[in-house]
Design a protein around this ligand. Structure first.
Ligand code: UVW
Length: 347
């Protein structure tokens, strides 16, 4: 079987698209992917899930998990604006410029890895090698066939402004407010690490009678972020390695379900949404993170990581409910790849 599907219409950036992808279906220049499926009808149905008016913050404190991740993601560092000699933190505003005033002023600056803690990954977080122009040679390409030269700036093109296409600001402008559906893996499978298969997922859907609809955000609760909170900034990696049910990105039936279900995004309380398997280097080149490939690259479906789901999952289980309103816009930071987020769920 060929691993590509031919199509290619006027204005498209590709002659062939990856098998199972939706490239072109939202237009040749689309940068929103499946979020296009959040329509006014979907938002109204989401709001109808608000029955009691209880809201839940789904963010970790953004200085968690603690420590450095992947040797490149460091905790945020806060500092006052101004200079070391004149920090704007509890600073009396009285000066030559502003004489005889009573105000004290505080403001600050943060140096932050945008994907350190509770976060969204935008559609340019992962690109892949793929022969999009059909010349028999693979080239790096991103969702909807966007090429690196259209996305990234060169060193003499103000790289501090970030990406030109597929950045997080597209998601911010869309708003990201929809119907969330909870998959409580912790309640079904316990706290241990597990690669959740299609069969596992169907079991959860059946037992909890989860009504998954087009436009929904899939939310996964494994208990991992709760443990991160309990570790209070001192993550015990040997313990964490054994914890957290995540999706099995190698299960083709599961990937097909993600596509056919109509869901628009997946948010998990774990590091990566999918179970990470160290590559062996054997056989043909393949994706390091196949669920990232399927969601970000093929379907244009953003991924949320490190969301704190435990109190919401408990409240839903107590009420034998699974659906809620979720509001989770990222920062409207032009050119950013990822973003911290403070998602709010309302039941
Ligand atoms: C990597 O990109 C390694 O991970 P994640 O998507 O989980 O942030």
């Amino acid at each position: 079987m060929s691993d590509v599907m031919s199509a290619g219409a006027v204005g498209q950036r590709w002659k062939q698209r990856p098998e199972g992808s939706n490239w072109g279906e939202f237009g040749p220049d689309d940068q929103l992917g499946r979020l296009n499926l959040i329509t006014p009808e979907v938002v109204k149905a989401a709001v109808a899930e608000v029955i009691e008016g209880h809201s839940f913050c789904l963010s970790l404190p953004l200085d968690l998990p603690g420590g450095n991740q992947f040797d490149r993601r460091h905790p945020p560092r806060l500092a006052p604006t101004g200079t070391a000699d004149d920090p704007h933190m509890h600073r009396h505003a009285e000066s030559e410029r502003w004489p005889n005033v009573t105000d004290y002023i505080c403001d600050d600056v943060v140096t932050m890895v945008l994907q350190y803690s509770t976060q969204w990954d935008s559609l340019c977080h992962h690109g892949y090698l793929f022969d999009a122009d059909g010349d028999g040679v693979e080239e790096p390409v991103y969702y909807n066939g966007w090429r690196p030269q259209e996305i990234f700036r060169g060193p003499d093109e103000e790289p501090e402004k970030g990406v030109r296409r597929l950045g997080i600001e597209n998601m911010a402008v869309k708003g990201i407010q929809t119907r969330g559906v909870m998959f409580d893996f912790h309640r079904h499978f316990g706290p241990g690490r597990r690669a959740v298969s299609y069969d596992d997922l169907m079991q959860v859907i059946e037992v909890d009678a989860i009504d998954v609809r087009r436009g929904d955000m899939m939310c996964l609760h494994s208990g991992y972020a709760q443990t991160i909170i309990e570790m209070a900034g001192q993550p015990d990696l040997s313990r964490l390695r054994l914890l957290g049910a995540e999706l099995d990105g190698l299960d083709q039936r599961l990937l097909r379900w993600i596509d056919e279900s109509g869901i628009v995004a997946i948010a998990a309380d774990t590091v990566a949404v999918e179970t990470f398997r160290r590559p062996t280097g054997e056989g043909p080149r393949k994706a390091l993170m196949p669920l990232h490939e399927h969601c970000l690259f093929k379907l244009g479906m953003p991924l949320g990581e490190y969301w704190w789901m435990t109190p919401l999952a408990a409240a839903l289980a107590e009420r034998k409910r699974t659906a809620f309103l979720v509001t989770a816009p990222p920062l409207r930071l032009p050119g950013a790849v990822g973003s911290p987020v403070t998602p709010i769920a309302t039941i």
